[in-house]
Design a protein around this ligand. Sequence first.
Ligand code: SAH
Length: 208
Amino acid sequence: MATKRELEGQLAVVVGFEDPQAALEQYPTPPALAAHVIHLADLHDDIEGRTVLDLGAGTGMLTLGAALRGPARVIAVELDGGPLATAVENRRRVGTRTPIHWLQADATQLPLSIPEPVTVVMNPPFGAQDGQAGADRGFLSTVASVASVSYSVHNAGSKEFIEAFAADNGGEVTHAFSAAFAVDNQFEHHDEERREIDTEVYRIEWDN
Ligand code: SAH
């Protein structure tokens, strides 16, 4: 297995959002965090030979990270066509032969059924924008219906919500860690040029 650092290097070429939409919470996952999540998933045998589903795939950071670790296929679901077009270009930059299905769709209303249990990786909208609190709940409902295991990034302070949601929907949190990452000042309502977002990553096993 390649190292986490090697994966981070391979993901350094992935381009982020050209015209980020605040309402969709388009924050790219930095390569270091993406590599951390995917490497951890690989160590748990959750990537190789599996179907991996990336919900809210953006410009493909987690999709491509997973694709580099030998899954059977990756299905990337993203609502916004612009980032998906960038993701297809990113695939060329990264250079992987893994089959990737790019799907422009609402991740909370998944328009496909997947016969085999899947590994979900996702950095969904957190609901940090006004009036969108709990936006990750809809994504987690999809996860609960299709995943045997999931890795998801949430905002800091999500532990109680995640554990309760998992318990109510046939899931169990097996691992958790916190990670801070910097995002550029891409939306007008941010005052500083760069700011840190405190996040938490959860591995959850599901009854599917
Ligand atoms: N996973 C990417 C992007 C994270 S930002 C990365 O790790 O870099 C969250 C992404 O979710 C954005 O690309 C946004 O457009 C997408 N999104 C928001 N609501 C969505 C929905 N209902 N269905 C699918 N994608 C959605």
